[in-house]
Design a protein around this ligand. Structure first.
Ligand code: PLP
Length: 446
């Protein structure tokens, strides 16, 4: 196999060897040995419109003829303005302004700083804390990591610059309070009020959450009334609600943005991943006019990254957004997502190692358990993690595994193919998953 040579100077998060990619098209990727894989997790849940999209390639060529990069303090560019206007038009009222960045962690960092600038502009300098959830994932830079509660990625860097106060995620399968919905009376949402009072409301700026949990909790869909309770608490204490839509945005969950599932009005959203679908680094923060004007009038927003809002990134973002909207890819995600979830539930009927199937649209997950009755996770998280990924990969299926985190969450895999997937391709993916699960079950029994 054409693997990266040991002498290769590159290094990453892990030392695992991976094949050399040769090409990628639609929902498929080929390696240099001619092996074909289904991209069952859109890379890192990013390639929403699939690979090699002709419209995006044409837009890249076209933009390259005029200006690839100009710096935002020196020139504005048409693609940046058009994309911002389109984002505002497609968003819920109250998200009227767009601030560009180049990735998800940058978007979360920018959201934190925007909140803090807002309260400073109003003279409320004490409001600096952002409450977040356990488990959660908001990015790998130190600020975003301080909001994150996903042990494998944040423990090595403790103490954090300043870890955020955390409340339990609405993880019903492993309820923090050992209660059952709806008798729990949404204790996990009401925990926000307790946390605000513990910290002192005058110190709290915002609450941040992934609307549907991604990497740390595995396609965790909150109870239907969860965010109504959260919104009400934020309103009563005058704190901002930030939704981290980095993974869920741009059609992934069957709506353009996940907040649409509950008619929710966030104050700030963080975007990236599907925004440029892997064709270029791009992200954004969106917020309301009143907030942004207050920040600008209060001395400006002293924050920014070099690549932000450059012409090529925005031309790509515009082509991607047009593709998602014009070809109704969110609607396709909703429909094929229902088919995928129902297929995954059927697989759960055959394989007791599946504890729970969850998700919405094309953000779905399987959580694995050693014992379905007690919901006990596997004692050796690495074993199941490596086994499932390896067996799927050897059958030409790429899925996105996450390890369990100290009993807070189980081992799970995300299954989140590009939103262009067809019904026949969903079946093809389910068949490979079936073979994978059969092999894993056999190997675990040996
Ligand atoms: N926020 C969420 C919800 C994510 O899923 C991720 C990445 O997986 C990030 C933020 C960080 O994005 P990036 O890896 O582009 O910095």
């Amino acid at each position: 196999m054409n693997r990266i040579a040991a002498a290769n100077p590159l290094f990453y998060q892990t030392s695992a060897e991976t094949p050399m990619v040769a090409k990628a098209e639609g929902i498929y990727i080929w390696d240099e040995d001619g092996r074909k894989y289904i991209d069952g997790c859109s890379g890192a849940i990013i390639c929403n419109i699939g690979h090699g999209d002709p419209g995006v390639l044409a837009a890249i060529n076209e933009q390259a003829k005029s200006a690839f990069f100009t710096y935002r303090t020196q020139f504005e560019n048409r693609p940046a303005v058009k994309l911002a206007q389109k984002l505002v038009d497609l968003s819920t009222p109250g998200l009227d302004r767009v601030f560009y960045v180049s990735g998800g962690s940058e978007a979360v960092e920018s959201a934190i700083k925007l909140c803090r600038s807002y309260f400073c502009s109003k003279g409320e300098h004490g409001r600096h804390l952002i409450i977040s959830r356990t488990p959660s994932y908001h990015g790998s830079t130190l600020g975003a990591l301080a909001l994150t509660a996903y042990a494998p990625l944040e423990i090595p860097y403790r103490p954090m610059l300043k870890a955020s106060p955390k409340i339990p995620a609405p993880y019903c399968y492993r309820c923090h309070y050992q209660l059952t919905y709806p008798q729990c009376n949404l204790a996990c949402a009401k925990a926000l009020e307790t946390a605000i009072n513990e910290q002192g409301p005058e110190n709290v700026a915002a609450f941040i959450a992934e609307p549907i949990g991604g990497a740390s909790t595995g396609a965790l869909v909150p109870p239907e009334d969860y965010f109504a309770v959260i919104r009400d608490i934020c309103n009563r204490y005058g704190i901002l609600l930030i939704l981290d839509e980095v993974m869920t945005g741009f059609g992934r969950t069957g709506r353009l943005f996940a907040y649409e599932h509950w008619n929710l009005r966030p104050d700030i959203i963080a975007l990236s991943k599907g925004m440029a679908s892997g064709y270029y680094p791009l992200g954004a923060v969106m917020a309301g006019n009143e907030l942004v004007e207050s920040v600008l009038a209060g001395g400006g927003f002293p924050h920014g990254h070099t690549y932000a809002g450059n012409p090529m990134a925005c031309a790509v973002g515009l082509a991607v957004l047009n593709r998602i909207v014009d070809d109704q890819l969110a609607e396709n995600a909703a429909e094929t997502g229902r088919q995928l979830l129902s297929g995954l539930r059927q697989l759960a009927g055959h394989y007791p190692i599946i504890g729970e199937v969850r998700g919405r649209g094309l953000l779905t997950a399987l959580e694995f358990v050693a014992d379905r009755e007690s919901r006990a996770p596997f004692a050796n998280s690495d074993q199941i993690f490596n086994l499932v990924t390896r067996e799927a990969f050897s059958r030409g299926l790429i899925i996105y595994p996450r390890k369990s985190i100290n009993g807070l969450a189980g081992d799970h895999v995300l299954i989140a193919p590009p939103l262009i997937i067809s019904a026949a391709q969903v079946d093809e993916m389910l068949e490979r998953l079936n073979e994978t699960l059969a092999a894993v079950t056999r190997l675990l029994a040996d």
